[in-house]
Ligand binder design. Structure first.
Ligand code: ZN
Ligand code: ZN
Length: 174
């Protein structure tokens, strides 16, 4: 899920939680947004550069490589460790941070589930043939042809196509 989207949903959640959390509302809010810096930190360390531009270009590739360490702050191990510390130290601050992180991660889970469902159904319909070049591909990749701002329409199959890796790469270079 995109950062902008997380921002919108986290704002909505923060508004809803404000009557209970009062002045602490910003803590889970900030955590739910800042969790994505793990990608950038990973890129900075593994490519030995602080260039934000290169990092964005890397993650905007058609099919960026994905590893668990890249999203280390999204991992159950990291979240579990934080929970352990929060309970151990009886820290309200850590618990609020954890709440923000979990909010973010659950939205990502919904997104990933929807995307893999779309990829499966569209690949089946295409019978593993790329609609762009008509060649057979072992695995077609899901490409977003239209990004709907309406969340209820976001995962509508008509906004997606499946392409072979070559055509997918090309469609991102346009
Ligand atoms: Zn193709
Ligand atoms: Zn794409």
């Amino acid at each position: 899920m995109r950062v902008r989207e997380h921002l919108t949903l986290s704002t909505a959640a923060a508004v809803a939680a404000a009557p209970w959390l009062k002045k602490d509302t910003w803590i889970p809010f900030a955590a739910s947004i800042l969790i994505d810096v793990d990608h950038y930190l990973w890129y900075a360390v593994s490519h030995r550069t602080l260039s934000l531009r290169n990092a964005l270009a890397f993650f905007n590739q058609a099919d960026p490589p994905q590893t668990a360490s890249m999203k280390f702050m999204h991992q159950p191990l990291f979240l579990g460790l934080l929970l352990f510390l929060a309970v151990r130290l009886r820290s309200r601050l850590l618990l609020l941070i954890l709440a923000g992180l979990l909010f973010h991660v659950s939205l990502d889970v919904v997104h990933i589930t929807q995307m893999s469902r779309l990829k499966r159904t569209l690949s089946e319909q295409a019978k593993s043939v790329c609609p762009e070049c008509n060649r057979f591909a072992d695995e077609l990749q899901l490409h977003t042809s239209y990004f709907s701002n309406n969340l209820l329409d976001r995962y509508n199959p008509k906004h997606f196509i499946v392409l072979c890796p070559e055509c997918h790469e090309r469609s991102h270079q346009k």
